[in-house]
Design a protein around this ligand. Structure first.
Ligand code: 8YV
Length: 323
């Protein structure tokens, strides 16, 4: 039987690419550039499976193909708000993602951001490298203590729970949770967490608010001017979820006017373009979407995609099917 033809839209870790080449008739995008909708439509006519990432905007244009050859989109990543699910379903295409394998690393990065913004690590490194450090003094670059503070977690899925574990067991933080559906008491009890009914209940209670919910239309600007206004003036916002969850203009205004203590972002609306209003903000840490960027997570994500494809082409239900 002929091997399934698959298109990998970006470069992946070498070990995963090698394995893909053994199992499938794999075409790698050697340019490693994001695909446009025209290229995506052409690929839909040609490949049995496409393996996209967050940089492939798979909207209605990209999917406007009569009777596509593609039967499965095996996304490299857990979030899939870049895929138009309605159109994918209309074509009867299966969509899978890669949960679990990146949860720890993404939570590690959210902790990194929380510590960086509270302890002014980015500012400190910039000052030192610029040769502007004049030496130790009691009032130099004084930040905010993290240990023992109140952390609000928005979205208590796998990554949110990993964040809670680190914050509670490692840093003695008190964890408050907002999640659309109720979380089982035994799961909350693992971190002595308390679930509140609404996001409005959570915002004013926290020293840190960390976002771990999905992106997409439903959560667009969940953190808006009104909710930023509910935060304590010394509180910090952390986003490792999706850029669109935060109204970035409202956030830059909150930072300019000292309405909140600071923010740390790993994801941006319309990334890799950065809203210019953010670039001028002090007390803002920005990283280039590094949540899952460890050797371990990126390899595990790739092998998880392979598991899903092997199940699919063997006629079994892929474990990470999302539609
Ligand atoms: C991925 C992510 O690396 O998995 C996700 O949802 O945000 C990232 O960590 C990226 O999306 C690649 O598709």
């Amino acid at each position: 039987m002929a091997k399934p033809r698959i298109l990998v839209t970006r470069r992946w870790p070498a070990a995963v690419e090698a394995r893909l080449g053994e199992i499938f008739d794999a075409r790698l995008n050697l340019d490693d550039k994001p695909m446009g909708s025209g290229d995506f439509r052409a690929a839909m006519r040609e490949y049995d499976a496409i393996l996209p990432t967050v940089t492939d905007k798979i909207g209605p244009d990209a999917l406007e193909v009569e009777r596509p050859q593609t039967r499965i989109l095996a996304n490299y990543g857990v979030g899939y708000s870049h895929v138009d699910l309605e159109q994918v379903n209309r074509h009867g295409i299966v969509l899978t993602n890669t949960p679990d394998v990146l949860s720890e690393c993404t939570a590690d990065l959210a902790m990194t951001l929380m510590l960086m913004v509270a302890r002014r690590a980015g500012e400190g490194e910039r000052e030192l490298r610029a040769g502007e450090w004049t030496g130790w003094r009691p009032t130099h670059m004084v930040g905010t203590k993290v240990s023992g503070k109140v952390l609000g977690i928005v979205g208590y899925g796998r990554i949110g729970q990993e964040m809670a574990r680190r914050a509670h067991h490692g840093f003695g933080m008190k964890v408050i949770v907002f999640n659309r559906s109720p979380i089982a008491p035994e799961v909350l009890a693992q971190c002595n967490a308390v679930q509140v009914d609404t996001l409005d209940d959570l915002m004013p209670l926290c020293d840190f608010v960390s976002l771990h919910c999905p992106g997409g239309a439903e959560n667009r600007h969940l953190i808006n001017a009104r909710r930023l206004g509910m935060m304590r003036p010394d509180a910090f916002l952390i986003n490792t979820a999706r850029g669109e969850v935060v109204d970035e203009i409202a956030l830059s205004q909150a930072l300019w006017f000292d309405a909140i203590g600071g923010a740390a972002l790993d994801v941006f609306d319309g990334e890799p373009k950065i809203n210019p209003t953010l670039k001028d903000c002090d007390r803002l840490v920005m990283l280039p979407h590094l949540g899952s960027a460890t050797r371990e997570a990126r390899e595990a994500m790739g092998f998880r995609v392979i598991d899903n494809l092997q199940d699919f082409f063997a006629g079994r239900a892929p474990r990470d099917r999302v539609n």
